[in-house]
Ligand binder design. Sequence first.
Ligand SMILES: C[S@@+](CC[C@H](N)C(=O)[O-])C[C@H]1O[C@@H](n2cnc3c(N)ncnc32)[C@H](O)[C@@H]1O
Length: 349
Amino acid sequence: MSATRHHLNRSDSGETTIEPGRIMELGLGFWGSKTLLSAVELGVFTELASGPCARDELTSRLGLHPRSAGDFLDTLVSLGMLSREDGTYSNTPETGLFLDRDKPSYIGGFLEMANARLYPFWGRLTEGLQTGEQQNEARTGEDFFGKLYADPERLGQFLHAMTGLSVGAAHAIAAKFPFDGHSSVLDLGCAEGGLLVTLAQTHPHLTAVGFDLPPVQDPFERYVGSFGLQDRVKFVAGDFFAGPLPSADVITLGHILHDWNLEEKKQILSNAYDALAPGGAVIVFESIIDDERTENAFGLLMSLNMLIETQGGFDYTGADCQGWMREIGFSDTYVEHLAGPDSMVVGIK
Ligand SMILES: C[S@@+](CC[C@H](N)C(=O)[O-])C[C@H]1O[C@@H](n2cnc3c(N)ncnc32)[C@H](O)[C@@H]1O
């Protein structure tokens, strides 16, 4: 077999095929990713929300240089992010719903953050892998989250972006977890309350408390109030490392444990255990890695993102989390898939 051949075919004669396409596609995957992130930054999808637009008009409205405007817009068409008919561009159903800044369903806040921060910080992944040290603003002594929490507008956008990211998991938890035997839910690190709104809407017998840092109270109460749920869904400000926490039948932890090191993870779980009623359950959900650590690429990449973003955070398998729960005293545990890369790990007290 020639060493210069780029691929080998599994032909009728039984020859094996090996092609370089997937390697190159993955290696240059950032081209497509950055094109989408720049489109969000430039407001392409918000501009098109008012209706289809011809190339020249769109180029001018977006302030693009004509040299690459056509390539940029047609790349977005080829990536399935825009449609084009007779030279006129429009949003796809998904980009029209999720990437128009003026719609409540906008999830681009998270992508804007990814564009402005994660994209450059991931350029330092190799150094992070060699040193084990986070590669975000903390490297230069800045405090991104401190600044975020001091700016109500940006904080509101961040918390709302979390709602968009967790919406699939929230609906799956509402459908899959047996809430019938429980009457109260406490969501630790609740952001603006997206999960609790979904749970309260689906299960009218539930009362709920969202628990988060003090600056989150206003955005939480505004969001919950916009659904008329303020009588059943309340906010308590606090720190989930400092017990005791408000007691509840069910305690949820969404995209929380992966931010922290092992000792901190166990501290949060242990505080949740203490706050649970007997027979109650903790539901941990995020992109839980499969036990063999071969399938859930998003979960594994998220764990590398925790290297970039946190001092000791990491993602983990369902078996890992069940082990910590058993150590703390939970009597029964199980893992159930939710949606996309997300699963829940349930521990019963
Ligand atoms: C990544 S967000 C997760 C939001 C939401 N649970 C979800 O899954 O969409 C983490 C949340 O934890 C909150 N948080 C961080 N440290 C906290 C602490 N020590 N005590 C309480 N909440 C905290 C943050 O304010 C933020 O709302």
